[in-house]
Design a protein around this ligand. Structure first.
Ligand SMILES: O=C(O)CCC(=O)C(=O)O
Ligand SMILES: [Mn+2]
Length: 211
């Protein structure tokens, strides 16, 4: 990481927004490129798919996961699954990604799931809470690569005023504490804003403790 990583010396957030900790520019260009290689391996083992919402519409974002669990959705609802829709197990969470969790969240408990979201130029994600996990004391760590995404942060109940910020490649956001159940979403992708991914688009990784 670009910032200090000595044990016990955590990087400081560059901004707090509605209880979310923003670490702008935490990951330098070389680390971002290495993370993209890691994600390519994950996607080779567990191809991206478009989950169906419980309402019967396919999600605009394509997804897969690494870890003991992967996030999944279909007509039966949102949940974590121990295997990919193909029936294969999910690949392990790459070590480089776990190291970011250890530096910012915990050395004692690993995340169970690394959800991989891929946004093409026209993809977005509606306002939602992350609430399919058993224990909301653990934060969700979000890491972004590639094109910029307009991240909207709301409140702990639906509706009300919101605030938005552009999340750039290499930025990390930790959603925890009183903000663990704050509504959030991605309004749009700024096509061509990064050269990290040869074909463009945005990758977002979220690390989650599930059970
Ligand atoms: O893409 C992002 O920055 C947010 C992703 C997200 O909220 C989720 O996967 O639950
Ligand atoms: Mn979320």
């Amino acid at each position: 990481m670009a910032h200090a990583t000595r044990p016990g010396d955590r990087p400081e957030p560059t901004q707090f927004l509605r209880g979310f900790e923003i670490y702008a520019g935490l990951l330098g260009p070389e680390e971002q490129a290495a993370l993209v290689d890691d994600i390519r391996e994950v996607v080779r083992a567990a191809p991206l798919f478009s989950p169906m919402t419980p309402y019967g519409k396919p999600m605009r974002v394509r997804m897969t996961s690494a870890g003991r669990y992967g996030w999944y959705s279909d007509r039966s609802g949102y949940r974590y699954m121990p295997h990919h829709p193909s029936g294969s197990g999910w690949p392990a969470i790459p070590e480089r990604i776990l190291a970011i969790w250890r530096a910012l969240v915990s050395q004692d408990r690993q995340p169970d799931c690394c959800l991989v979201n891929f946004y093409d130029d026209s993809a977005k994600m509606g306002m939602h809470q992350d609430r399919d996990e058993a224990d909301f004391d653990w934060p969700v760590l979000s890491l972004s690569l590639g094109d910029e995404g307009l991240f909207r942060i709301g409140n702990t109940s639906r509706g009300g005023k919101t605030e938005s910020l552009w999340i750039r490649s290499g930025d990390v956001v930790v959603m925890g504490g009183d903000a663990r159940l704050t509504y959030h979403g991605i309004d749009r992708i700024r096509a061509g804003s990064s050269t990290l991914l040869p074909k463009g688009g945005r990758i977002n990784l979220t690390l989650r403790v599930v059970d």
